[in-house]
Design a protein around this ligand. Structure first.
Ligand SMILES: [Zn+2]
Ligand SMILES: [Zn+2]
Length: 55
């Protein structure tokens, strides 16, 4: 239920642990996060260097 709207860059990835910025037209930063959309993950496997959810 988080409405994460940033000032200029849209929002962050809908995958909970993922911190990647996502364009408004997209819900996830990539297919990795999109495939986890149905479940809550502890860490993120998107592989983006800026992501802080990857442990
Ligand atoms: Zn991520
Ligand atoms: Zn993501």
């Amino acid at each position: 239920m988080a409405d994460e709207t940033n000032e200029t860059k849209g929002h962050t990835c809908a995958n909970a642990p993922c911190t990647c910025p996502v364009e408004k037209k997209n819900e996830f930063c990539g297919v990795s996060c999109q495939s986890t959309g149905q479940t809550t993950q502890i860490d993120c496997d998107c592989g983006h260097p800026d992501c802080k959810g990857d442990f």
